[in-house]
Design a protein around this ligand. Structure first.
Ligand code: NDP
Length: 314
């Protein structure tokens, strides 16, 4: 069995390669071709989860599963908070054929999916990126979004000003784009056309009233019913697109909170990003609209990325 380690994923799964893979995977998913179960989550202890994500890309297509642990405290230890394996099976024989480093695929495919959503939902002239959070996803989101928009600035906010500054310096050196820090979330989002929420916050850090008309947001940090990064007002005010409608109806914390408060119904989810990409659902309708892409993360993104690495390597 082939093993694709972290170094190989990082070297070969470039954003230029992953973005079209994820784009096609989301179209395939929304067309109903892929098969998957909702992600199962076993809470291990405070701040520690084990997630199980099985799926098949189609009836005669690769299938498999991602097994992933999320240990929040790993950020302070300087190691990936997401650790695990993607196991691939051969569609012809049913045999397991490859194991891929899931932490690295997760970092890259999640940001690639946000880049796909940003490309189709953000204004064409959106050039100012705001990152709320400075962890692994913040880095990967900056790298991915830089490939689809010619960024003129990046503003970073995080709870620790020291960590935010160190992150901004690293990112600026890498991307050759001016990267500054903001003292508050409100100050940060005032300077952005594209906002990515990529924190492990359990209660909202971003209020709808702070968000400027015309902003596109990728709401990424919460992947299960529980923690929420943005408030009800933002959900209500936005044109709300899901990666998976079923996923968000069951596990999209921000949407579920607004729904529980009686502020929105299920129809508030305009559609899935795959439907927007396929031209079946209208994305942004005006330069003033606030668009939200709610990312829970999907196994088709993992399987498609991992299969590309496996099938094109021998
Ligand atoms: P990291 O552990 O690398 O970074 C976590 C970030 O969250 C750090 O910037 C940390 O900074 C910040 N943070 C933690 N607690 C809070 C808080 N209460 N308020 C504000 N900031 C906080 O994680 P990743 O970058 O890998 O992932 C970020 C989030 O995205 C996680 O919640 C993760 O589960 C989620 N995720 C979602 C995916 C999807 O597909 N939608 C896929 C992968 C991850 P500090 O502690 O210094 O404040």
């Amino acid at each position: 069995m082939r093993f694709i380690d972290r170094e190989e994923v990082s070297r070969r799964l470039t954003y230029e390669r992953c973005i079209p893979i994820v784009r096609q995977a989301m179209i395939t998913f929304s067309s109903g071709e892929s098969k998957q179960l909702l992600r199962s989550i076993i809470p291990l202890s405070e701040g520690r989860l084990f997630g199980i994500m099985p799926g098949a890309m189609g009836a005669h297509a690769p299938f498999g599963a991602k097994l992933i642990s999320v240990f929040r405290e790993n950020f302070d230890r300087g190691i990936q908070s997401h650790q695990g394996l993607i196991l691939l099976f051969d569609p012809e024989t049913g045999a397991p054929v490859c194991v891929v480093h899931a932490g690295e695929v997760t970092a890259i495919r999640t940001a690639s999916a946000s880049a796909v959503a940003t490309d189709v939902l953000a204004r064409k002239d959106a050039r100012r990126l705001v990152l709320l959070g400075y962890g692994e996803q913040a880095t990967s989101h900056a790298r991915a979004i830089q490939t689809i928009r010619d960024l003129e600035s990046i503003v970073v906010w995080g709870r620790s000003p020291e960590r935010a500054h160190a992150f901004a310096e690293r990112l600026q050196a890498e991307l050759a784009v001016p990267v500054t820090t903001a003292a508050s979330v409100q100050e940060a989002v005032a300077k952005g056309d594209i906002v990515c929420t990529v924190t492990s916050a359990s209660e909202p850090i971003l209020k709808g009233e702070w968000v400027r008309p015309g902003t596109h947001l990728n709401v990424v940090g919460s992947s299960h019913a529980g923690p929420a990064e943005v408030d009800n007002d933002l959900v209500v005010r936005s044109r709300f697109i899901a990666d998976s409608r079923e996923g968000v109806l069951h596990q999209g914390a921000e949407f579920l909170r607004a729904k529980a408060a009686g502020l929105v119904g299920d129809e508030h989810i305009i559609g899935e990003i795959g439907q927007v990409l396929a031209g079946e659902v209208e994305g942004r309708r005006s330069a003033d609209e606030i668009t939200v892409y709610k990312s829970l993360g999907h196994v088709v993104q993992d399987l498609a990325s991992a299969w590309a690495l496996y099938s094109q390597s021998h």
